[in-house]
Design a protein around this ligand. Structure first.
Ligand SMILES: Nc1ncnc2c1ncn2[C@@H]1O[C@H](COP(=O)(O)OP(=O)(O)O)[C@@H](O)[C@H]1O
Ligand SMILES: [Mg+2]
Length: 254
């Protein structure tokens, strides 16, 4: 099982959109996939149309009260959702406890034989929840919106990842994904080329274009694959899934 955390402390960069659509892309391809909603706001659940206020969730897994199969719900064929749960907010505000990180890791190891991918949608913050996630994950996807503030804060994320690598003596595979790419905006192309200077070997080949379908589908509880036939959003996320399977990186404009 590949356990992939989707992180960026900025909001609105496409973390949830990427988790929701990429996870669904893999499920459609025939893989068994779990999405963990690590954002107390429950956006992943809402995006998949499965939000319930009183749902059991990853909060109980962190507290050692439940296992992942006990709280996971079926979101689509081959696609499971572990909701955030009402207690996650409180855990986020807590004092921090290594035991919680160990429990998440342990809970994930128990489902490793049954799942091909677990995607963890993270909150727009760099607090305790991210620490717990990074203790348990082995890969990181960093969605970066192709706008002029994109590069700000990126070094913080890389620093956090490095800190965890030292602390846990492991190496993350990390991927930068360009999101909200406006093909007709010069700035988008410039930002992408700038990112390539920083991450020559870590940018996935596909950039996710700004697409109305991606902005609209969460309010219907759908992914791009369930929306009005062929569309850019579905095309780009299917292509990104292939990149992630093959480690296909962006090498600059042809
Ligand atoms: N490629 C895109 N094209 C159009 N709208 C997008 C795209 N990616 C994200 N959005 C929209 O932008 C908003 C923020 O995206 P979201 O995935 O929730 O970001 P985050 O989880 O990082 O806060 C949402 O309303 C979402 O529908
Ligand atoms: Mg989000």
């Amino acid at each position: 099982m590949r356990t992939i955390a989707v992180i960026n402390q900025k909001g609105g960069v496409g973390k949830t959109t990427t988790t929701a659509n990429l996870a669904h892309a893999f499920a459609i391809k025939g893989h068994s996939v779990t999405g963990i909603d690590m954002d107390p706001q429950g956006h992943l659940a809402a995006h998949w149309g499965c939000y319930r206020r009183d749902a059991n969730g990853v909060d109980q897994v962190l507290l050692g009260e439940k296992t992942i199969p006990q709280v996971a719900i079926s979101a689509r064929e081959r696609l499971h959702l572990v909701p955030a749960g009402e207690g996650l907010k409180e855990i986020e505000r807590g004092k921090g406890d290594d035991l919680l990180a160990d429990r998440l890791k342990e809970a994930l190891s128990l489902v490793a034989n049954t799942q091909d991918f677990t995607f963890i949608d993270c909150p727009p913050a760099s607090g305790l929840l991210i620490d717990y996630v990074l203790s348990a994950a082995d890969e990181v996807i960093i969605p970066v919106a192709a706008d002029y503030l994109a590069l700000r804060g990126l070094s913080d994320i890389i620093e956090t990842v490095r800190k965890f690598e030292q602390q846990f003596e492991k190496t993350f595979t990390y991927w930068v994904v360009v999101t909200r790419f406006h093909t007709r905006r010069k700035l988008s192309w410039e930002v992408r080329d700038k990112l390539l200077e920083y991450f020559p070997d870590n940018m996935l080949a596909t950039s996710i274009r700004e697409a109305t379908v991606l902005a609209e589908c969460p309010s219907f509880g759908k992914t791009a694959f369930e929306y009005k036939g062929a569309n850019f959003g579905a095309y780009d996320y299917a292509s990104l899934a292939r990149d992630l399977l093959n480690g296909e990186c962006y090498r600059g404009q042809e």
